[in-house]
Write a protein that binds this ligand. Sequence first.
Ligand code: C2E
Ligand code: CA
Ligand code: CA
Ligand code: CA
Length: 275
Amino acid sequence: AKSSGRSTYRFFEVDMDASILHRTLLEQRLRRAIENEEVKVHYQPILDMDTGRIAGFEGLARWSDSDFGDVPPMQFIPIAEDCGIISELTRHLLAQACSAARSWPDELYLSFNLSPVQLQDPALPTQIQTILDTAGYPADRLVLEITETSLVKNPESAKRILNELTKAGITIALDDFGAGHSSLSYLRDFPIKKVKIDKSFTERMLTDKQCAAIVEAVLVLSRGLDIDAVAEGVEQGEVHDALSSSGCHYGQGFLYAKAVSAEAAAELLNDQADG
Ligand code: C2E
Ligand code: CA
Ligand code: CA
Ligand code: CA
């Protein structure tokens, strides 16, 4: 028994070394990929459910490494946060996205994710304004998605930064709504104009009464507060129908489209203009 315990322990140790090595390598590769402009933004349509037309796109980071293959953002964004390069990565990606979005029709918006640490950085509003100016993209067509986590740690600093961004004409959306330490007071205390209903609720709303009730409640609440609601993770036609008849105006999910390259997004818009 003793020797088997020992070998398990050794196995664990070797395993851990391998994962630290893997991570260190990934971090090096990521830094280089940012420098070489190899991290790309893809664009997932957000649909107006009444008209079926594209109202905007969410920019999502994509990175494919020659050895590691496609590395999902859930893996490399936390690495960028931990090693202090998230701000640089965001600037790089936002610049890329704004220059793509500049050629979209005027009524469309670009939605872009911010990391929680960025809401602690007083330099953020100026940095974003510089990116918008350089790209020639208007602030009133930019939506910045933040999560509830970013508001918990240092609410005063977050509020100052969000107010400044709002004053510049940028719209703030609360992402993954309902998934974190949700507090309704956030909707009152911060300048939030959109909520994105987390996909854990939309996915299960046809089979789970509680999820359906939460979605309904968020829709009623957002109407009352004059906040736009966007349902995430719409995968089935039946979910689209249920959301639409509950008065949800915007939807995003694989039912409509996955995130696609800037070129493919432009083509989607072309098809829409033709048809
Ligand atoms: P998120 O902001 O909640 O983005 C939505 C995620 O859901 C995306 O995953 C998208 O591909 C996926 N998704 C969209 N529709 C569906 C659907 O119908 N079903 C399912 N199952 N999934 C759907 P992705 O691109 O892998 O991104 C994962 C997360 O990584 C994002 O979640 C966001 O938190 C983070 N992320 C991605 N790009 C960036 C970025 O540029 N900056 C920052 N800070 N975070 C990013
Ligand atoms: Ca998001
Ligand atoms: Ca989300
Ligand atoms: Ca998420």
